[in-house]
Design a binder for this molecule. Structure first.
Ligand code: ADP
Ligand code: MG
Length: 703
């Protein structure tokens, strides 16, 4: 094919990255900026002016007309306000292009409508965006032309975080400090920083845009609220890793090209389990960059789909009856000189630093399972967690055979003397190479799995920001590290103390380890016996944000204040209620204006047919039976609709907050289900020509 892509050439061409900075900035300025990026040293305004000027010149060369402070408020998506580079018109009627250091560093969007959970009264609604110079600026090309996007954090006049990024950056500082303390104790004198490395696998669905537009549920809520299962689902496993259809392949090609240009290292792509479901994953990066890149990936998936007559569904559960979408948050800790603290080596039983890090993480996850679970809570994800397709809502840790064996040796004998080796894999075919086996097999049912040299948190929903899971992981790990450092920095017998701590933590927190099948009912029972929390829904999860234990930890590490946590809890309850309210109203709209009228029309056709058949003196039993069945279900639907209208009106009249959110969960959700059931049955009985919208089959199999 002619239009091939030269990846090496285009990669990062629209990014103001280190190479560009080194080339374009005066040496002294470049050095100052590097220092700020690496050590957080404050930038003075004169330096910022020079950087802003060069950034603007570079962006204009790329065709940019506007710049934007790109931020991540608590809406789950990104926000931006565009300003063009033009300055006030000159005497001669012309304009100059300008962009100052102040404009680069600080923005003040009139952002009073973003959720703040009471942190800002409207009369003091100032919100500021502050440049995150550790995540590079880039130029985005779209229908608006080219825009210089500057990643920023968003906070209030009084410095409270109003976004996803500020706490993430704070948590990165916390883990950096405590992890450095820890590795110093083990004799590492060279590392200057420890950063969480994060790699995010993103699942999504693709459907035809024309069919999408015929479904009000997809338009308003991102998921289907009605729909009978197609004759075929995912049972044949033929879609998973299957050959990618040409239309989808062309889509993926454009997505990759756009991502590479803005420096997102898109690496893997394949078909996922459900029909029309796919996955994309970049190579891991520093946590804040990975979080930004995940937002860029989601936006790019949507934009390219739009351009190609497709729609990308990022909702966690677009279709009932087939798998929903999530994202896997791969997390590890890396020093600036490239050492991964989660690398066990060939003989983990001898790798004492690794074992201590592992013990700390087990302890952290066991003690704070509730906030880790909460970090993956969003209204859409409630349909996945625990539904035999995604990990259960119970947090447990999968270590794999080799590490579990080391842990058991330590717990039961006090010493770990061996590491089970992995050996080679024999296929029985001489011409195939012998493959070295991994020391651990995979367990796709575990919510938090050790996969070789990283943990993989698999609960996160496909639409959600991955910032909060990483805030939790960074902070709980920092807390556990701090606790061991406090002890080890004072001890006379370091080796003995380390040994005792590892043994103690493994023993006390062994209950969190589970290597079996997380999808079974037996595990739910077993977890209960072990005392592990099983927090089934988002509304039940939110409380974890404001327990004394949570507040104390976050305040100690400067990640969240109590007020910030309380505001976040409030926003979450409101978001849940709003999301459910939109779903309920969409169902009411579709049932009243589309389904019920279509079904009534269909019963009229049937009734006319019955009369005609009888007039012809023929047997009308089948027609009469169908008419009766359809009419009975129509009545059931009508009653369920009335009930849903009544309860939704009641919910809307309630004050916003926890009680209202629970009402939506406990009352509205079942009422929605009651309406869906008869309509889905009717879909299987009514003439397809008479059905007012595309079916599951049309949506999933005809992309
Ligand atoms: P899977 O087999 O689950 O798809 P991969 O090995 O393809 O897993 O990796 C998934 C993601 O994890 C990718 O984004 C990859 O870059 C990332 N990843 C790999 N190693 C690490 C690591 N040490 N820390 C964090 N993320 C990592
Ligand atoms: Mg994975």
């Amino acid at each position: 094919m002619s239009d091939t892509i030269n990846v090496a050439k285009i990669f990062g061409e629209d990014v103001f990255n280190d190479t560009v900075m080194m080339e374009r900035l005066p040496k002294k300025i470049y050095k100052d900026l590097r220092q700020t990026i690496e050590t957080g040293k404050e930038l003075d305004l004169a330096t910022a002016d020079v950087i802003a000027h060069e950034m603007k010149e570079w962006a204009i060369e790329k065709g940019a007309t506007h710049y934007t402070h790109w931020f991540q408020p608590l809406t789950g998506v990104t926000a931006e306000k565009h300003d063009s580079f033009i300055s006030a018109p000159l005497e001669n009627g012309k304009v100059l292009m300008s962009f100052s250091g102040k404009e680069l560093i600080k923005g003040e969007p009139d952002a009073s409508s973003f959720p703040s959970g009471g942190l800002r009264a409207t009369f003091e609604a100032r919100g500021y965006t502050a440049w995150d110079c550790t995540s590079p600026a880039f130029v985005r090309h779209d229908a608006a032309g080219a825009t210089l996007c500057i990643p920023t954090a968003f906070c209030s006049y009084t410095g409270e975080a109003l976004d996803q990024k500020t706490p993430l950056l704070r948590s990165m500082q916390a883990i950096n400090k405590e992890a450095l303390r820890l590795i110093r104790l083990f004799g590492n004198t060279t590392a200057k920083s420890v950063t969480p490395s994060v790699g995010i696998e993103q699942e999504y669905f693709l459907v035809d845009a024309k069919k999408f537009r015929e479904r009000k549920d997809l338009i308003y809520t991102g998921r289907t609220l009605f729909g009978a299962m197609a004759p075929k689902g995912q049972e044949m496993d033929d879609h998973y890793f299957g050959t990618i259809r040409q239309r989808v392949a062309a889509y993926m090609k454009s997505v990759n090209e756009e991502l590479w240009k803005v420096g997102v290292s898109s690496k893997t792509q394949h078909n996922e389990v459900a029909p029309a479901q796919h996955e994309i994953a970049p190579i891991y990066a520093k946590a804040n960059v990975a979080v930004d890149h995940n937002q860029i990936i989601m936006q790019t998936l949507k934009r390219v789909a739009h351009n190609q007559g497709l729609k990308c569904l990022l909702h966690e559960k677009p279709f009932a009856g087939v798998n929903g979408s999530g994202k896997h948050d791969n997390w590890s800790l890396t020093t600036d000189d490239g050492k991964n603290l989660l690398e066990p080596g060939q003989t983990p039983h001898e790798n004492i630093q690794f074992l201590l890090v592992l013990a700390c993480i087990l302890k952290a996850v066991d003690e704070h399972a509730d906030i880790l679970r909460e970090s993956a809570a969003d209204p859409g994800n409630d349909h996945r967690l625990g539904a035999d397709e995604a990990p259960p809502a119970i947090i447990s840790v999968f270590l794999g055979e080799q590490l579990e064996d080391v842990v058991e040796q330590l717990v039961y004998t006090g010493e770990a003397t061996t590491s089970k080796s992995s050996g080679t894999l024999e296929t029985g075919v001489k011409t195939l190479p012998h493959l070295a086996k991994d020391a651990t097999d995979r367990n796709r049912t575990s919510p938090f799995a050790f996969t070789g040299n990283k943990f993989e948190f698999r609960m996160v929903g496909s639409r959600d920001s991955v910032a909060s899971p990483n805030v939790v992981l960074n902070t709980i790990a920092a807390e556990a590290f701090a606790e061991v450092c406090d002890i080890l920095e004072k001890t006379d017998d370091f080796d003995m103390e380390v040994h005792d701590l590892i043994k103690k933590y493994f023993t006390e927190h062994q209950r969190i380890i589970f290597n079996g099948n997380g999808y079974t009912d037996e595990w739910v029972e077993e977890a209960k016996r072990r005392g592990l929390p099983n927090i089934k829904s988002m509304v039940e999860a939110i409380d974890a944000l404001t327990t004394e234990k949570t507040v104390a930890m976050y305040e100690r590490f400067g990640v969240f204040t109590r007020a910030e946590l309380e505001s976040r809890a409030e926003i979450k309850y409101e978001n849940y209620a709003k999301a459910l309210n939109i779903e309920a109203r969409t169902m009411i709209d579709m049932a009243s204006k589309q389904f019920i009228p279509s079904i009534i029309k269909y019963t009229k056709t049937l009734a006319d047919t019955v009369i005609a058949v009888q007039a012809a003196g023929a047997n009308s039993e089948v027609q009469v039976e169908l008419l009766n069945d359809v009419s009975a279900l129509l009545k059931e639907a009508e009653e369920a609709l009335k009930a849903l209208i009544t309860s939704t009106n009641k919910a809307c009249a309630m004050d916003e907050g926890k009680e209202q959110a629970f009402y939506y969960h406990d009352v509205i959700l079942p009422a929605m289900e009651n309406l869906r059931t008869p309509i889905d049955k009717l879909e299987m009985m009514v003439d397809k020509e008479a059905w007012p919208m595309p079916s599951y089959g049309d949506l999933m199999f005809e992309v």
